[in-house]
Design a protein around this ligand. Structure first.
Ligand code: NAD
Length: 510
């Protein structure tokens, strides 16, 4: 066995050796065991939710300003421990330390945004009561939902669940967080930092429970007030079905197959640079990473040559010079290999790498051109450092192919003049024009998808509203004599007046 094969085998063996009661966290690059964690069973999950429910009374009773300070202290605590934190992310997830730092930085931006904007977005708002109800004042008050069950993935183990955690907390909810079984230590680090930063708060504002899918399923059944899930579409569908039993609302942030359109007026070098990075960074394990590219025929050759040139200098590894790390989840390696094989079987050509690029736990960059659109490599999420590039005759064709997907998460458009116009025609949750993934780094922009990419939005104002429910309050300030509409005291004179008023208010539109 080669070294890489034995590492992959060790990692797979270590994860197999886990039991129903204990979870073993493994370094994906070396297969070494990092730590073991007790698995929360149904009873432990319910106890965590009960604790969170009792802490919710205190947390939701704080002012926006008090919650803001608690959240900002949490962010500062993560910064204070950032060396240790990034080491742990590197060790448990595999990504380079600098990428770990960037991920942490993005999460901090979101914590700060949620903390500083919650009051503006969620404070009570007066609304017009309308002509026929002018003796009323009307207002909307956004109430916290209560306890939010957050279930996270492993690929961005800090940034991604943070889109639910920080925003749910800022909206006045408490959270019970089940990190992925592949990033358990990282999830616990985040929760512990919150407690360390806020020792005066009751236990239960931010609780972490550990385990596999069964623990996540128990959280869905536990009576939480909303489930905020990030992970694969297949699991998202199971969660939605299970949540239907109790009408528990769900926020689902699922998979993607993000397209990039490179129009004839694109800056070729900039587009190639962004596509090369967006397709392979984090080993391609990015929900909104670049998976398929549609390039205009007039610039096909220079564009493909430039992407190939850039990616020829990009390598997977775990040393300080590596561009990206190992595949975090051993089973993903087989999916990536299968997609490369199907791309080649379905008419595609590898202009860089090929099946031989898969050297588990690492996968070197692979560029596949002219693959049939029905191939799994184009239709299914690959989640590896590969990209398909197809030539199109026109931007219209590119848009049609980009939209012909069950997914609709992120996307990118490269065009000097028509970027926004093309973006508006894409069936997705977000588009970056002349960059990739720009939308994910702007805290005020909501993030989420359509179709199989999910339901609901994290981040920005919609991300705060996701974790609250509107309470409408109508106050009768005085009674108008003869205008008792909702009373058996209503008179014929009132109805006569209404019959004059209604045509005046609503009957004059031509
Ligand atoms: P996954 O679906 O395998 O697991 C996600 C989480 O769900 C884990 O914590 C897992 O333990 C839990 N889980 C599994 N079965 C469950 C069940 N029946 N009930 C409740 N919980 C259950 O996904 P993953 O492999 O961890 O993550 C990769 C996927 O996540 C990719 O598809 C990626 O595109 C997606 N993702 C999406 C976003 C987004 O914002 N849209 C962000 C990051 C990742």
């Amino acid at each position: 066995m080669s070294t890489t094969e034995s590492t992959a085998a060790a990692a797979a063996k270590a994860s197999e050796s886990t039991s129903d009661t204990e979870l073993t966290s493994v370094n994906p690059a070396t297969g070494e065991v990092i730590a073991t964690h007790p698995v929360a069973d149904e009873e432990a999950v319910r106890a965590a939710v009960a604790k969170a429910r009792s802490a919710a009374a205190t947390w939701s009773g704080l002012s926006f300003a008090e919650r803001k300070q608690a959240l900002l202290r949490w962010a500062s605590r993560l910064v204070a421990r950032s060396d240790e934190f990034c080491d742990l992310i590197h060790t448990e997830n595999g990504k380079p330390r600098d990428d770990a730092y960037l991920e942490m930085m993005l999460a901090l931006e979101h914590i700060a945004w949620a903390a500083k904007n919650a009051e503006k977005v969620l404070k009570p708002k007066k609304v017009s009561s309308g002509a026929t109800m002018s003796n009323f004042s009307a207002s909307i008050e956004q109430r916290p939902l209560g306890v939010i069950g957050v279930i996270g993935p492993w690929n961005y183990p800090v940034y991604t669940p943070n889109g639910s955690l920080a925003y749910a907390l800022a909206a006045g909810n408490t959270v019970v967080f089940k990190p992925s079984e592949y990033s358990t230590g990282i999830g616990n680090f985040v929760g512990k930092a919150f407690a360390e930063a806020n020792p005066e708060l009751p236990d239960g504002v931010f609780t972490v429970i550990n385990g596999y899918g069964a623990t996540g399923a128990a959280l869905v059944r536990s009576g939480v007030d909303k489930v905020a899930f990030t992970g694969s579409t297949a699991t998202g569908k199971k969660i939605m079905a299970a949540a239907a039993d109790t009408l528990t609302p769900v926020l689902l942030e699922c998979g993607g197959k993000d397209p990039v359109i490179v129009a004839e007026d694109a800056d070729i070098a900039a587009a190639a640079d962004a596509v090369a990075y967006g397709a392979t960074m984090n080993s391609g394990q990015t929900c909104a990473g670049v998976e398929r590219v549609y390039v205009h025929k007039s610039i096909r050759e220079p564009f493909i040559a430039e992407v190939t040139k850039i990616l020829s200098g990009v390598h997977a590894g775990s040393d300080d010079k590596a561009s990206y790390g190992p595949m975090t989840m051993p089973s993903q390696v087989d999916i990536v290999r299968r997609h490369i094989e199907s791309a080649l079987a379905d008419g595609g050509t590898a202009v860089l790498g090929g099946v031989e690029s898969v050297k588990a736990p690492y996968i070197e960059p692979v560029i596949l051109v002219d693959v049939d659109e029905n191939s799994d490599a184009v239709a299914e999420e690959t989640f590896g450092p590969t990209v398909t590039i197809r030539t199109v005759d026109s931007v219209d064709e590119a848009i049609e192919l980009a939209n012909n997907s069950k997914y609709g998460l992120g996307s990118a458009v490269f065009s000097r003049k028509r970027g926004v116009e093309i973006a508006r025609r894409l069936r997705v949750g977000a588009t970056s024009v002349n960059s990739v993934l720009g939308f994910a780094a702007i805290a005020a922009l909501p993030f989420g998808g359509v179709g199989d990419s999910g339901i609901g939005r994290i981040h920005g104002a919609p991300g705060l509203l996701e974790f609250s429910s509107p309470h409408s309050i109508a106050v009768q300030r005085f009674a108008i004599p003869g205008m008792a509409l909702m009373s058996y005291k209503r008179t014929d004179a009132t109805m006569k007046m209404l019959r004059k008023m209604v045509p005046f208010l609503h009957g004059r539109n031509k």
